[in-house]
Write a protein that binds this ligand. Structure first.
Ligand code: F6P
Length: 408
């Protein structure tokens, strides 16, 4: 029998950065595809950390796996092997030593721009065969995917993990409506996503009435317009749901500055601070300035938790098909991505391509997707999300009763 293409070779997979519900699906699909080529598949635990010190490696070859379960079976970390402000010493030597010690020939790194940025450097500087695999609930990793809308091509991102997180954000937004309406309150719903509004915008798909995204800072002038809009929209239903990105910059009346709100002063090894708390600031100001009862709710880690959503399952299969193609052509330093945004049944390998990891970057929510006057997402973004999330119905109490007046 002829030898299979990667027989005698070992492929190592790692997951780095914040987890997503699609990581296990990605690991499973990459593992399965690599196995077809006859390679052994190792799981590197805790991202780049698993290649430091003694190494922390498990064997995934021919083992059972549950790709539908969210989180990462390999665990994740924000370890950066390259020198950073927090950790000025390079640990690249340790990575290289461990790749050699464990006999890992090819790396597949599942991550966002941080993890894959480090992978890119390993490829460029050390010529380690690397394939990057996209992931992030923030959906800001530039995949160069095109969304065709009414004859116009809009460049978008579509990263595994985002569809599952979007589905959860929609669900939580739908849920909060019942309590908001019972108490005639404004609910300010804070959504992760760092400095990109992709995920917050999905809240509007779940019928949030307004959305604040980090791409448009709320300076003094916009803040006034925002309060006017809140007043106007609140009067329509006597309750209101406002989604806000954790990274929204908001005018502080005391300092006169536009500021982000942090949950902690700590930064990670890639220099990111921990965002959180803007919803409380906004709810408080709505209560005080408009005298409307307002509350804050942070969706937080719920958006990244739980099961892998169907669209993500399909997307990870298609991208893993492309990994197989890259491996067969020994085309390293690349990342598989979706070419055009398509509905669930059309997510297939023929609709994928590979981008150079040297070109990896970030892409915020396109301004075509947002209506700044209404503080809402616009029609093209609804269309984009429709491809991923399908039709949804507003979940609310539908009946209205005639008011009764005293007869005497
Ligand atoms: O990048 C993904 C993400 O979930 C962001 O949306 C969020 O700001 C950050 O990670 C939270 O990071 P951590 O898990 O380190 O608290």
């Amino acid at each position: 029998m002829e030898k299979r293409f990667l027989e005698g070779k070992t492929v190592g997979i790692l997951t780095g950065g914040g987890d997503t519900p699609a990581l296990n699906s990605s690991i499973e699909q990459i593992r399965n595809h690599v196995s077809i080529l006859g390679a052994k598949v190792y799981g590197i635990r805790k991202g780049w950390k698993g290649l430091l010190g003694e190494g922390d490696i498990v064997d995934l070859t021919n083992q059972p796996f549950d790709g539908k379960c969210g989180g990462s079976a390999l665990k994740s970390s924000r370890t950066n092997p390259f020198p950073s402000k927090k950790n000025p010493e390079s640990r690249v030597d340790q990575v290289l030593t461990n790749l050699d010690r464990y006999g890992i020939d090819i790396l597949v790194t599942i991550g966002g721009d941080d993890t894959n940025g480090a992978a890119k450097k390993l490829w460029e500087q050390e010529r380690i065969p690397v394939i990057g695999f996209p992931k992030t609930i923030d959906n800001d990793l530039r995949t160069t995917t095109i969304h065709g809308y009414k004859g116009k091509d809009i460049e978008v991102c579509l990263c595994p993990g985002f569809p599952s997180a979007a589905n959860s954000v929609v669900e939580y937004t739908q849920k909060i409506r019942t309590t908001a309406s019972s108490h005639n309150r404004v609910m300010v719903l804070e959504v992760m996503g760092r400095h990109a509004g992709w995920l917050t915008g999905t809240s509007s798909y779940g019928f949030a009435d307004m959305a604040l995204i980090p791409e448009l800072e709320i300076d003094k002038d916009r803040k006034e317009k925002f309060f006017e809009k809140v007043k106007e929209k609140y009067q329509e239903n006597n309750y209101l749901i406002i989604a806000v990105s954790e990274g929204t910059r908001w005018y502080n009346d005391q300092t006169g500055q536009v500021e982000e709100v942090y949950a902690s002063t700590e930064t990670d090894e890639y220099g990111h601070p921990r965002l959180g708390g803007i919803s409380g600031v906004i709810a408080n100001e709505i209560s005080q300035k408009l005298k409307i009862d307002a509350r804050a709710q942070i969706i937080g880690y719920y958006a990244r938790s739980g099961k892998c959503f169907d669209y993500d399952r399909k997307l990870t299969v298609a991208l893993a098909d492309k990994v197989l193609d890259l491996l067969l052509r020994e085309d390293y330093g690349k990342m598989p991505v979706l070419k055009r945004i398509e509905s669930f049944p059309y997510i297939e390998e023929y609709n994928t391509t590979a981008i150079d990891m040297g070109n990896i970057g970030n892409l915020p929510l396109p301004l075509d997707y947002y209506n700044p006057d209404e503080f809402e997402i616009s029609e093209p973004y609804y269309d984009f999300l429709y491809h991923i999330l399908g039709p949804i119905e507003k979940y609310e109490f539908k009946y209205k009763y005639p008011k009764v007046y005293p007869i005497k």
